[in-house]
Design a protein around this ligand. Structure first.
Ligand code: PRP
Ligand code: URA
Length: 212
């Protein structure tokens, strides 16, 4: 937990710290970048789901009847295109029973405001938990737009899993949505004049898909 932002969870896990150094290195190629995004997402999902409800069930081992647990929540994964797509496979591996609902948003290069171009949400978002996936939280405009869209759809509980966040974006997103919990692997210093996170890792979508 961060003193300034109680709803911001920045993992200090050594494995994440090590992988973040590799991910943000300018020499890391697209294939390695994608692999690292997946590995980092697995660790973040693990930390972000520690309070997921479970129900007790009775079942048979090969030897006897016993009791165990099953996840007791309907979960929707909502990747923000494009870069959020890279976080989907690892999230689905961890939560194979979840549904994936896509939102397409890009940042206007001049205004840095989010522009919506795709929305695959149903009329009502009835899952108990929505996990928004997007590696970058910079100005917070894209995340905030996603939260607004999801709440208008009826989403009762929203968690954001990102990889790098900037203070400006976390402040903006949590001021408007103080109920959302934000999990990231690294909380960076600030935005630069082009609203990129510094030190950051550059343009996550371009690095992931080799479109630099
Ligand atoms: C990036 C990133 C976020 C957004 C963050 O996407 O993946 O969606 O920018 O910036 P913000 O917090 O200032 O809104 P981008 O708009 O570059 O689109 P892309 O994923 O298609 O490259
Ligand atoms: N989007 C990115 O991909 N990187 C940033 O630093 C900011 C927005």
């Amino acid at each position: 937990m961060d003193d300034q932002f109680p709803n911001l969870r920045v993992s200090g896990h050594p494995l994440l710290r090590h992988k973040m150094r590799l991910l943000s290195d300018r020499m890391t190629d697209a294939r390695t970048f994608r692999d690292l995004v997946s590995e980092i997402t697995s660790l973040l999902i693990y930390e972000a789901t520690t309070d997921l409800p479970v129900r007790r069930v009775t079942y048979d081992t090969p030897l006897e009847s016993t009791e165990g647990f099953e996840i007791d929540a309907r979960v929707a994964l909502v990747p923000i295109l494009r870069a959020g797509l890279g976080m989907v496979p690892a999230s689905l591996d961890a939560l194979p029973g979840s549904v994936v609902r896509h939102l397409g948003l890009f940042r206007d290069e001049q205004t840095h405001q989010p522009v919506s171009y795709y929305n695959k949400l149903p009329k009502r978002c009835e899952e108990d938990l929505v996990i928004v996936l997007d590696p970058m939280l910079a100005t917070g405009g894209s995340a905030t737009a996603a939260f607004e869209t999801l709440k208008a759809c009826g989403a009762p509980r929203i968690v954001f899993i990102g990889i790098v966040a900037a203070p400006e974006g976390v402040r903006a997103a949590l001021e408007q949505h103080p109920d959302v919990i934000i999990h990231v692997a690294r909380f960076d210093r600030q935005l630069n004049a082009d609203a990129y996170i510094v030190p950051g890792l550059g343009d996550a979508g371009d690095r992931m898909f080799g479109t630099l």
